[in-house]
Write a protein that binds this ligand. Sequence first.
Ligand code: CTP
Length: 419
Amino acid sequence: KYDTFNVSKKMQKQLPKRIMNLLRLLGAYGSERKTPVYVVGGFVRDLLLNVENLDIDIVVEGDGPEFGKFVAEQLMIKYVVHEKFNTCSLFFKDGFRIDVATARTEYYESPAELPKVEVSTIKKDLYRRDFSINAMAIKLNQETFGTLLDFFNSKKDLEEGIIKVLYSLSFVEDPTRILRAIRFEQRYNFQIDEQTCEYMKKTVKNEYLEKVTGPRIRDELEKILKEPKPLKSIRRMGEFKIISHLFPFSYYTPTLDKDVEKLFELYGYFEKNYKQYTQNVRFLHLLLFVLLQYTPEETVKFIEYRYGLPGNFYDNLAEARESFEKLNELKHPQYSHFFDCIKILNSEQIIFVAVKLKENLREKLFKYFDKIENLELSVNGKELKDKGYYGKEIKNKLEELTKKLLNDEIKPGEERKYI
Ligand code: CTP
């Protein structure tokens, strides 16, 4: 026994016409093939939340790839089968894509591995999913188009804003769900249910995150960072001790939290006022500079390898650390000191240095940016060459003049006196 009600009016109202037509068409094909067809997961969740989501995941009680092939032939579009998972993808001519799966029960040969699959019914298919809010389906077949299947009180959890797993081993079977729970909690401003929190903590403590491959964890981290307010998620990862299980030696202390908060604040400031420094910057790298700043080299190297960070990640971190330590130690830092430190750093390092500078130095750093941007030397390399400067001497002289100008030791236009 379960709750059913019809959401076709809501779909009609909310969905773009072409999506609605497509869903009706899939239902009609299903009826023709005597195959029950459903749209499931995030699409249904977001429909009920009135949030736009055009990622269509279809599940059929029958043979997914066979149904997909039929649809592709009817519509004369491309389709690709993923044998291993018994699913297929349909590619429309305008680039739109939908995935078609076979209703399945997953079983796991060992924890944290990808699942093996077995053909099943929609209810079992929904039960194996991560959270109740993601475990609803809408039937698409003609006769029953728009019937919402809610076996697990999902609708109520959605209304109450609760993230809840459907079974106790959910996180053990797929520890990436720990990060997903946090992401959804933050995205919708929901709360992870108490019992679910307990399962999460236990799974973290028992080191299941360590069993997941690096790239899968990295994907989840990137997804968290793409959400509108990732700081809240990172704090939550600290509370659940997730940070220290992903990055041994990183403890989410109040000191570290201050740096993380500063990073978000400054990154926004850079984006607004110094956009040139945020181009080609990977926010994940910045965050990891902050999180791994106290981690010994050997462990950073391991993390580099595990999560596929660039091979020079540690060296860049060490170099940036040297820079901000040097600046922070100076009693009366001058613009020329900033010039010497900054000139060897890339944008990611510069932003990290900005995070770690003392308040007054940080202010001076931004003044330095303004100053250097407006600075124009009245002599150039060619002129120096004509005067007999050679090779490296030219670059050195230009730098020397730049620093003198920055420090107001010479007036603009008077450079020639010093060559
Ligand atoms: N799913 C799951 N366990 C996971 C990942 C996904 O059970 N570790 C299920 C959920 O039912 C989810 C669906 O697969 O709704 C689709 O997953 P995905 O596309 O990753 O997420 P969405 O829920 O669509 O969320 P998003 O809005 O972030 O795309």
